[in-house]
Ligand binder design. Structure first.
Ligand SMILES: [Mn+2]
Length: 298
C-alpha cells in the first residue's frame, strides 16, 4: 500500500524565512508533494525569494487575492495617493519580469487526486479568491460541500487558526496561515495530509518556529521603510505575538472612516480592487503616531 504525504501551505505573504523552515520540517517528515494555496506574496516584501522557493518545489500552486492585486494593477496602473497603497506598488515594482509572468498564469483553484483521494483546493473559495469560508459561516460551508465531487475541500485566506471538520461527508480543511498568522510569536502554520488507498489517514496541523529577528533585519535592508513604515510595523506586530494590536489599529481606522461618512473602497476600482480597503492618510499617520510605542521601525 502506497502512503503519500502532502504538505498544504497557504498565505505565506512574502515570509520566505518562515517558508524555509516549513520546507525543512516537511522534508524531515517525508513529505513528497506540495500544494500552495495562494497569497504567496505581499505584506512582507520578500516576494521574489518566496516565489523562487515555491516554483522549485511544486507546480501545484494557486493565486490568492494578493496575486490578483498584482495582476489587476498591471492592467490598470492606479495612481492612488494613499500611503497605504504604496506597499502594493513596491511589491509590483520589485517582482522580476519572470515572476510577474508566473503570477499572471496561476489558477484560482484546482482539482487534484492522490492515491484515490480527490482534493478541491482553493485560496478563498472554489468561486473566488476573495470569499471567506470562516468556520462560523455554516451556510456557505454547507453550500460548497453539498454537491462536491471531491472528497476534501481545502482552502486558506481567512487567517483563522488551522481547523478541519467533516461536513456533508466531506473533509473540510482550513490550512491556516504560514507567513503572518496573528496568533503566534514566530511560528508558521501548515498541514501535512497523509493519504493511501482512497482514504485520508491523518491530518497533521503543524507549527514551525522561525526567527523574527531575521525578518526584522531583512525589512530594514530591503528599502521598504523609505516608502512606509506603518504597514511593516503592523505586519511585524502580527508575527511577533501582538496580532491583537494590529487588529485594534485597523478597527480604529475603520471606525474613524465611518464617523467621517467616508467609503473604505474606491469608486474607480475595478475587479478585486473593489475590496481593497484604503484609509485616509491623516488617519493612517495619526494612528501610527498613537500606536508608536508598539512599533519597532521608528
Ligand atoms: Mn488571502
Amino acid at each position: 500500500m502506497i502512503k503519500i504525504k502532502i504538505a498544504i501551505i497557504t498565505d505565506i505573504h512574502g515570509n520566505s524565512v518562515a517558508l524555509k523552515e516549513i520546507l525543512k520540517d516537511a522534508e524531515k517528515n517525508d513529505v513528497k508533494e506540495y500544494i500552495f494555496l495562494g497569497d504567496l506574496i505581499i505584506d512582507l516584501p520578500f516576494g521574489n525569494e518566496t516565489l523562487e522557493l515555491v516554483k522549485n518545489r511544486s507546480n501545484k500552486v494557486l493565486k490568492g487575492n494578493k496575486e490578483q492585486y498584482i495582476i489587476e494593477y498591471d492592467k490598470e496602473k492606479y495612481n492612488w495617493e494613499n500611503i497605504q497603497f504604496k506597499n502594493t506598488i513596491f511589491m509590483y515594482n520589485e517582482l522580476s519580469k519572470e515572476n510577474l509572468e508566473y503570477v499572471k498564469k496561476l489558477p484560482h483553484c484546482m482539482s487534484l487526486e492522490y492515491e484515490g483521494v480527490k482534493l478541491l483546493v482553493a485560496h478563498g473559495s472554489p468561486k473566488s479568491v476573495e470569499e471567506q469560508l470562516k468556520q462560523e459561516k455554516r451556510e456557505l460551508l454547507d453550500y460548497y460541500t453539498r454537491n462536491l465531487k471531491e472528497d476534501c475541500l481545502i482552502f486558506g485566506h481567512i487567517h483563522e487558526k488551522m481547523w478541519y471538520e467533516t461536513i456533508n461527508n466531506k473533509i473540510v480543511i482550513n490550512a491556516g496561515c504560514a507567513g503572518v498568522s496573528p496568533f503566534y510569536k514566530g511560528q508558521a502554520e501548515y498541514i501535512i495530509l497523509e493519504v493511501s488507498n482512497g482514504k485520508v489517514n491523518n491530518i497533521d496541523l503543524r507549527l514551525v518556529d522561525y526567527n523574527i529577528e531575521t525578518i526584522k533585519n531583512k525589512i530594514i535592508k530591503c528599502g521598504i521603510l523609505d516608502i512606509d513604515k506603518t504597514l511593516m510595523n503592523l505586519t511585524y506586530l502580527s508575527i511577533s505575538g501582538n496580532g491583537k494590536i494590529r487588529y485594534d489599529f485597523f478597527h480604529e481606522a475603520k471606525k474613524i472612516m465611518i464617523e467621517r461618512n467616508k467609503k473604505l473602497y474606491r469608486d474607480d476600482a475595478k475587479g478585486i480592487f473593489k475590496y481593497f480597503k484604503l484609509y485616509d492618510d491623516d488617519i493612517w499617520l495619526g494612528l501610527a503616531e498613537k500606536y508608536k510605542e508598539y512599533f519597532v521601525f521608528k
